[in-house]
Design a binder for this molecule. Structure first.
Ligand SMILES: [Zn+2]
Length: 116
């Protein structure tokens, strides 16, 4: 049972996940890393085996591991690219907007005389 944290938008489950976002992110990262590590470890340890032919269970499991590694790598790479583009766009927009609040300076507004 999920404990009730508050009555925010999206229901109690969404509020629970928002409150514990760091923990869920860490758990997800650990899960993805362990799947990648264990799939790679299985491929390395069972690369050379006594193959029985077309219906070899080890070969089919190796194919599943390779597919899993490929899918997770593509997902992680895509996620990293999206985060990079988001951060770059945010900084670019923020620096552009910050330029609107700069006070224009001129010699007249600074009351500098040029009669030397
Ligand atoms: Zn085999």
């Amino acid at each position: 049972m999920i404990p009730q944290v508050g009555n925010g938008k999206g229901g109690d489950e969404v509020s629970y996940f928002c409150k514990n976002r760091r923990i869920w992110s860490l758990l997800t990262a650990l899960l993805v890393a362990s799947v990648l590590l264990l799939s790679g470890l299985f491929i390395v340890t069972h690369g050379k085996h006594d193959c029985t032919g077309e219906d070899c269970r080890v070969c089919s499991e190796i194919k599943v591991c390779v597919s899993t590694i490929r899918i997770l790598s593509e997902a992680v790479g895509t996620g990293a690219a999206v985060v990079f583009v988001y951060i770059a766009a945010h900084k670019l927009v923020f620096s552009y907007i910050a330029g609107f609040f700069l006070c224009p300076a001129s010699l007249v507004s600074l009351k500098i005389r040029l009669d030397n």
